[in-house]
Design a protein around this ligand. Structure first.
Ligand code: FAQ
Length: 318
C-alpha cells in the first residue's frame, strides 16, 4: 500500500475516533492501535485468569456453604471474563496459544495485585471489596473504549464485578460486626490490601508511557491518576461505615479540591512486583504453567472432536 494511501486511511481512522464510532475487527486500523489493544486486552485477560488463584485458595476453606457457593461463582466468573477477553483479543489476529506463550515467557504482564498472598478469610472480603472495586472503576471507563469487542465485553464484565464487589464488602461488614478477633482480621486484611489496590491503577500519569496515546485512541477514557483518585474517594467512606481504618496517616479530606488527599505510594514495591519479584509471582506462574500442561489433553480432545464434527457435517452436505 502506498504511503499516501496509508496517510489517507489514518486520517479517516482518526475522524472515526473523533466521532466516537466503534472500530470493529475487520475495519482498517493503524498497526500501533492493533498492537496496543493486543497488549492491554491480553494482559487484562491474563489478570482475570491469574486472579482466580488467590481466591481459589479459599474455596475449600470458606466458612459456610453460602460463602462457598458465592466464592465458587465468583471464581468461575473470573474464568469467564478471561475467556471473553481472550476471544475479543483473538479478533485482532493473535492466537490464544501465542497469548498464553507471552504470559508464560514473561513477555506479557498481568496485574500486580495478584502477586500478594491470601492469608486469612478476610483477604477474600478485601479482594472483593477493594480489588473488584478498583477493577469496576477502571472497567466502567473501558465500556466506552473505541474498539467494539473490548467495549462490549466490558459491559457484561462490569455487571458481574458489581456482584463481586458486594460479596466482598458484605464479608468485611460481617467481620466488622463480629468478635474482636474477627474485627482485627478485617483490619489486617485492609492494611495489607489497601496500597497494592492503589497500585493496580498503574504508574503515576507522568510516568505512564502508554496513557497519552491510549487516551487519544479512546482506549483509555480516564488516566491512571484520575481513576485512582476516584477509587480513594469512593472507598474511604465505605471503610468508615464499617468502622475500619484506612492505613494511611496522610489521608485527609481536601475541601477545596473536594477529594481525599492521600500519602505517597511505594513505587519501588510496585515495580519490583511488576518485574516478577513480588511475594507470589513465582507461585502464580508455576500454577499457570502446570495448569496449561495438565489441560493439554482436554484441548487436544476438544480439537479432535471439532474436527470430527466438521468432517461429519461436510459428508452430510455432499
Ligand atoms: N500491574 O503506561 P502504563 C481484575 C504496566 S482485572 C502490572 O500506565 P497502560 C478483575 C503496563 O502494562 C485487573 N503491570 O500502561 C479481578 C505497562 O507495561 P507494558 C486487571 C502494570 O496499559 C478481580 C507499564 O506498567 N485490569 O482485577 C500495572 O496504559 C478480582 C506502564 O504502565 C486490567 O488489566 C499493574 N497494576 O495502563 C480478577 C484493566 N499497571 O504493557 C480476579 C485493563 C501498569 O507497556 C479477582 N488495563 N502496568 O509492558 C488497563 O486499564 C491498563 O492496562 C492499566 C495500565 C491501567 C492497568
Amino acid at each position: 500500500m502506498s504511503e499516501e494511501k496509508i496517510k489517507d486511511l489514518e486520517k479517516q481512522f482518526e475522524k472515526r475516533i473523533e466521532r466516537d464510532e466503534k472500530i470493529e475487527p475487520k475495519d482498517w486500523m493503524p498497526e500501533k492501535y492493533r498492537q496496543t489493544h493486543i497488549r492491554q486486552m491480553s494482559q487484562h485477560a491474563h489478570s482475570e485468569i491469574v486472579g482466580m488463584l488467590p481466591e481459589g485458595n479459599w474455596i475449600t476453606r470458606a466458612p459456610s456453604l453460602r460463602r462457598k457457593v458465592a466464592l465458587l461463582a465468583k471464581v468461575q466468573d473470573e474464568a469467564g471474563h478471561g475467556l471473553y477477553l481472550y476471544s475479543a483479543t483473538e479478533t485482532l489476529g493473535i492466537s490464544r496459544d501465542e497469548m498464553i506463550d507471552q504470559l508464560h515467557t514473561g513477555k506479557a504482564k498481568y496485574s500486580s495485585i495478584f502477586n500478594y498472598p491470601t492469608i486469612t478469610w478476610a483477604d477474600i472480603g478485601a479482594i472483593g471489596w477493594l480489588v473488584d472495586g478498583a477493577a469496576i472503576i477502571n472497567q466502567v471507563a473501558l465500556c466506552g473504549a473505541s474498539f467494539g469487542p473490548y467495549a462490549r465485553a466490558m459491559v457484561r464484565i462490569c455487571k458481574e464485578e458489581s456482584f463481586h464487589q458486594r460479596q466482598g464488602y458484605e464479608i468485611m461488614l460481617t467481620l466488622s460486626k463480629g468478635t474482636p478477633e474477627q474485627i482485627a482480621m478485617a483490619q489486617d486484611a485492609l492494611n495489607r490490601w489497601w496500597w497494592p489496590s492503589l497500585m493496580m491503577f498503574g504508574p503515576r500519569d507522568d510516568e505512564s508511557p502508554n496513557t497519552a496515546q491510549s487516551m487519544k485512541w479512546k482506549l483509555k477514557r480516564k488516566s491512571n491518576d484520575e481513576l485512582r483518585q476516584q477509587f480513594v474517594d469512593q472507598t474511604v467512606p465505605q471503610a468508615e461505615l464499617i468502622g475500619l481504618t484506612v492505613p494511611d496517616p496522610e489521608l485527609k479530606w481536601n475541601d477545596e479540591k473536594e477529594h481525599y488527599d492521600f500519602g505517597p505510594i511505594d513505587w519501588e514495591e510496585f515495580w519490583q512486583v511488576v518485574k516478577g519479584h513480588g511475594p507470589c509471582n513465582k507461585e502464580r506462574m508455576t500454577a499457570r504453567k502446570s495448569a496449561w500442561k495438565e489441560g493439554e489433553w482436554v484441548r487436544d480432545a476438544a480439537m479432535a472432536y471439532a474436527e470430527k464434527q466438521k468432517t461429519k457435517n461436510l459428508n452430510k452436505a455432499s
